[in-house]
Ligand binder design. Structure first.
Ligand SMILES: C[S@@+](CC[C@H](N)C(=O)[O-])C[C@H]1O[C@@H](n2cnc3c(N)ncnc32)[C@H](O)[C@@H]1O
Length: 322
C-alpha cells in the first residue's frame, strides 16, 4: 500500500466537502429521524456513512460523545440531540474543508431546530490515529465508514486510540462495510477505492478480531446487511461478484483481558428439560424461556440434547445474560 494513501483519502474528502457527492452515501434508506429533529438538505447530501452508530441505549450517561470523521455532521447532530449541551459532542476530522462544511451544516441545523446550538458540537482537527483527547475521558466513541479505509497497521493504531480515550465501561459504536470474500490486492492498493469505502474492507471475522486485539472484550453485532455488490463489469480485477455488507458493532471496554471476546449476535438458548437448568457458573435457565447468550455459550449449550439454540439474528440489543 502506498505510504501516502491516507493523504489521498483526506484529499478525496476535501473534494467531497466542497461539492457533495451523493454517490458516496451507502445508507440504504433514510437516516434515523427523531421528534423535533430536522436535517439541512446539504447535510443529508453529505451523509457518507453506512448504517448508523447512534443508538439511544448507549446515551443514558452524561459524558461527551467523541465522533471520529465528522463528514457533513449528520450523526454529530443526532448525538447532540441526546446530549444537548455545549461540548456534549466532540467531532474530530483532519480535513479542514470537511470541518468547515460540517460547521456550516450545523449552523443551518441551528436555524431549523430551536433546541440545537452549534456549540453543542465542538469540531476539532485531528486524526483517528492520534486523537486529541485525554485518556479515559469519554463514555462513547463512534465512527461510521472511516476505519474500513485503513490498512491493518493503521486500523490497530486507530482502535488503540479509541480504547485509550474511553473510560472503563465505555462504548465504541462503529459501522463499516465488510467483504464476504477477499478483495484482490490490486483493488486494495487503490487509494480512491479505499476512500470510497469499497476496497479496504476486511472480513466479518477479522473485523471482530481487530476489535478484540485492541482490548474490547464484549462485542454486540447490531446489524449486518447487504449494501453493495461489486461486479467484474465495473472492476475487471474481480474473478466474480463480491458482496459487501454493512456491519454495525458495539464494542464495550470492560478492562482486563480474555483469550477470546464474548460476541453477541442475537443467538438465544432455550432449556427444554424439566424445571430449570443450573449452570456451573451460577446462571440459571428456566425451561421454555429463550435467553440471549454469547456465541461461545450458544455453541457450548448447543452440544447438549436438552437445549435448543437459535441462529444469529445479527440484531443483538444487549450483552445478554452470559
Ligand atoms: C466516509 S466519510 C464518513 C463521514 C461520516 N462519518 C458520515 O457517516 O457521514 C469519512 C470521514 O473521515 C474523515 N477522515 C479521513 N481520514 C481521517 C483520519 N485519518 N482520521 C479521522 N477522520 C478522517 C473524512 O474527512 C470524512 O469526514
Amino acid at each position: 500500500m502506498p505510504e501516502d494513501y491516507k493523504q489521498a483519502v483526506q484529499d478525496f474528502y476535501a473534494t467531497a466537502a466542497v461539492s457533495a457527492d451523493p454517490s458516496l452515501c451507502c445508507v440504504d434508506g433514510a437516516v434515523w429521524a427523531f421528534p423535533g429533529l430536522a436535517f439541512p438538505p446539504r447535510m443529508l447530501e453529505m451523509n457518507y456513512g453506512c448504517g448508523s452508530t447512534v443508538h439511544p441505549s448507549d446515551l443514558s450517561g452524561e459524558e461527551p460523545v467523541l465522533y471520529v470523521g465528522v463528514g457533513g455532521g449528520v450523526e454529530a447532530l443526532q448525538f447532540a440531540y441526546f446530549r444537548r449541551r455545549a461540548g456534549g459532542v466532540i467531532a474530530v476530522d483532519p480535513v479542514a474543508e470537511m470541518r468547515e462544511a460540517a460547521g456550516r451544516n450545523l449552523e443551518e441545523a441551528a436555524r431549523l431546530n430551536p433546541w440545537f446550538r452549534p456549540e453543542f458540537v465542538r469540531i476539532v482537527g485531528g486524526t483517528a490515529e492520534s486523537l486529541p483527547v485525554e485518556d479515559g475521558s469519554v463514555g462513547v466513541v463512534a465512527q461510521n465508514c472511516l476505519f474500513n479505509v485503513f490498512t491493518d497497521g493503521d486500523l490497530a493504531r486507530a482502535l488503540a486510540e479509541v480504547e485509550r480515550v474511553l473510560a472503563i465501561g465505555g462504548r465504541f459504536s462503529c459501522s463499516d462495510p465488510i467483504a464476504t470474500s477477499p478483495i484482490p490486492e490490486a483493488l486494495k492498493r487503490n487509494a480512491t477505492l479505499r476512500a470510497r469505502c469499497i476496497s479496504g474492507c476486511t472480513s466479518y471475522e477479522r473485523y471482530l478480531q481487530a476489535l478484540h486485539a485492541s482490548g474490547f472484550q464484549r462485542l454486540l453485532v447490531r446489524a449486518r446487511r447487504p449494501y453493495r455488490l461489486l461486479l467484474p463489469a465495473e472492476f475487471p480485477e474481480l474473478e466474480g461478484p463480491i458482496l459487501l455488507e454493512s456491519l454495525e458493532v458495539l464494542a464495550i471496554k470492560t478492562g482486563g483481558t480474555a483469550p477470546r471476546p464474548e460476541v453477541f449476535t442475537g443467538r438465544h438458548v432455550v432449556y427444554v428439560g424439566a424445571g430449570r437448568f443450573a449452570a456451573h457458573d451460577g446462571n440459571s435457565f428456566p425451561a421454555g424461556v429463550p435467553l440471549h447468550v454469547s456465541d461461545r455459550l450458544a455453541a457450548e449449550l448447543g452440544e447438549r440434547p436438552d437445549f435448543v439454540v437459535t441462529p444469529p439474528t445479527y440484531h443483538a440489543r444487549s450483552a445478554g445474560c452470559c
